[in-house]
Design a protein around this ligand. Structure first.
Ligand code: HEC
Length: 486
């Protein structure tokens, strides 16, 4: 009998001591500096917090349903609640700044532990089955719920439990996007918001909406519409990676060049949140940057191609015709053919079996004709085609008109003329066209340039300046040796 009372006395003392310590921590929080080992104890918080949650809820459930709450259960629940609250306090001390969530979580957690202590004490004094303890049990259930909810928001993000709503941040960018909402905010969300949100507002800068950006942070000139050079948010992206002020900080993935350029141009154009892609001029760099970002990831696009077996690739390859997968295990293929001593069109025609998989094809300098070009025209997923220095003509170029994925086309050194220019005009994805040394007239070329301003036409050296280079060339042109010696 005596031994149980001393044991109970010890437990009482332990609970009393822990409670006093917890209250002391909360009151003198700002004066405390934790030794590293103590701070390390805080790391156990996420593990031990499960014990008091389960134990307190079981105890409260028993009490509320009129059952007897075992003293041992209540004791263990109370002790673990105190230890959890204290470890959570240690962990919280490690956070650089406390957002609202952490503040509430901490006080609710401490409250839960202290309410458990009061219940433990009332129970020990013989008030175990009164209306007071019932009220405490209800309060405990509520407190455990809210503490856990705030804790969950801290670790999983504020909207962890919210129903999924508008998903403007994931998935493909819509057609004609709003530059701020669909492009700029997405870049910021993926790279910056983790440290610049209401709960973790580094540099006092909120990046979750445009108001926060315009209000700015510590520097006062975070975002100066129309002036990227003065805007801290742009300047910091251009700092050397090792610079302390570079954003995002060292260890985080830096932005890509085009992401930086998008932010910079958006600021330069006035940091508007109403401007859409179609409001931008065709020559505005922001328009092409955004369009590029809207392109689906090639791997994703290629994932839909039909499967090709390695054995098929081997069977169709030869010493003069190489077939390879563009990357790793994709079914997107590139074809490269060199001129064999005796040319046989069948090598190319046999590619029919894998025509849907051919994404890049190089047939430069081969004596290809109508049949081969027909096959090329049927490779509907072709993105890159080289048929320069071949005997092709306008009729065969006509057969390429359905290659809606073609973005690069090399046709220089061929006999094609103006009708081909009209075909190129309708290849909407075409970005680069190499066509010097053809029969296309200057007017057809100008026409094409006007119709497709975003298309990059490589026409060799401009005819207007070509004589200039030739005149000054010190390399003797054959039959004109004296001039160079002069
Ligand atoms: C890992 C956390 C983290 C990430 C991610 C992060 N920042 Fe910061 N940021 C900080 C900290 C810490 C500060 C305050 C210290 C300082 O000024 O360098 C800060 C300060 C800033 C400031 C200065 C505020 C002002 O105007 O006074 C700007 C601007 C900024 N960040 C922009 C960005 C941008 C843009 C991104 C995304 C590309 C980003 N940050 C991502 C941690 C982060």
């Amino acid at each position: 009998m005596t031994s149980t009372t001393t044991k109970n006395r010890r437990v009482d003392l332990l609970i009393f001591g822990l409670s006093v310590f917890l209250v002391f921590c909360l009151i003198f929080e700002s004066f405390l500096r934790l030794p590293i080992l103590i701070a390390w104890l805080g790391r156990w918080h996420p593990l031990i917090l499960h014990f008091p949650i389960v134990l307190l809820l079981i105890a409260a459930f028993l009490g509320l349903t009129g059952k007897n709450v075992p003293r041992a259960l209540l004791t263990v629940a109370t002790v673990t609640a105190l230890v959890t609250a204290i470890s959570g306090f240690f962990l919280g001390k490690e956070a650089v700044e406390k957002g609202n969530l952490l503040f509430w979580h901490q006080w609710l957690g401490a409250g839960t532990a202290l309410v458990a202590v009061v219940w433990y004490w009332l129970d020990g004094e013989g008030f175990g089955n009164t209306v007071y303890t019932k009220a405490l049990q209800v309060l405990l259930v509520v407190l455990v719920g809210f503490t856990g909810h705030f804790g969950g928001m801290i670790t999983h993000g504020e909207n962890f439990l919210a129903l999924p709503t508008e998903k403007s941040m994931d998935g493909p960018i819509p057609d004609n996007p709003l530059i701020y909402q669909h492009v700029v905010a997405r870049i910021l969300k993926n790279n910056c918001v983790s440290c610049h949100n209401p709960n973790k507002q580094k540099g006092e800068l909120l990046m979750t909406d445009l108001d926060g950006l315009l209000k700015g942070g510590e520097s006062g000139s975070t975002l100066v519409p129309g002036n990227p050079e003065k805007s801290e948010i742009i300047k910091r992206l251009y700092l050397p990676l090792a610079d302390e002020e570079h954003m995002p900080p060292e260890g985080e993935k830096p932005l890509s060049t085009s992401e930086i350029q998008i932010l910079e141009r958006w600021v330069a154009l006035g940091a508007s949140d109403t401007v859409r892609l179609n409001h931008l001029g065709a020559n505005e760099p922001l328009a092409s940057l955004v369009k590029e970002m809207m392109e689906p990831d090639p791997m994703e696009k290629w994932a839909k191609l039909p499967k090709v077996a390695d054995s098929t690739i081997q069977r169709l390859s030869s010493d003069y015709l190489t077939i390879g997968r563009i990357a790793g295990s994709t079914d997107a293929l590139h074809i490269n053919m060199y001129k064999p001593p005796t040319y046989d069109p069948r090598l190319i025609l046999d590619l029919k079996a894998i025509s849907k998989n051919i994404v890049q094809m190089d047939l430069s300098g081969l004596p290809i004709g109508e049949q081969e070009m027909e096959l090329v025209g049927s490779c509907e997923n072709l993105e890159w085609l080289e048929v320069d220095r071949t005997p092709i003509n306008d009729t065969q170029i006509e057969g390429l008109k359905n290659l809606s994925n073609l973005h690069t086309l090399k046709v220089y050194g061929t006999d094609i003329g103006d009708p081909s220019a009209a075909v190129f005009k309708n290849l909407t994805k075409l970005k680069s066209l190499y066509l010097w040394d053809t029969n296309i007239s200057q007017s057809a070329l100008d026409n094409l340039r006007n119709a497709a301003p975003a298309l990059l036409i490589d026409n060799g050296i401009d005819a207007a300046i070509q004589p200039f280079f030739v005149d000054r060339d010190s390399i003797p042109i054959s039959g004109n040796q004296d001039r160079a010696i002069e």
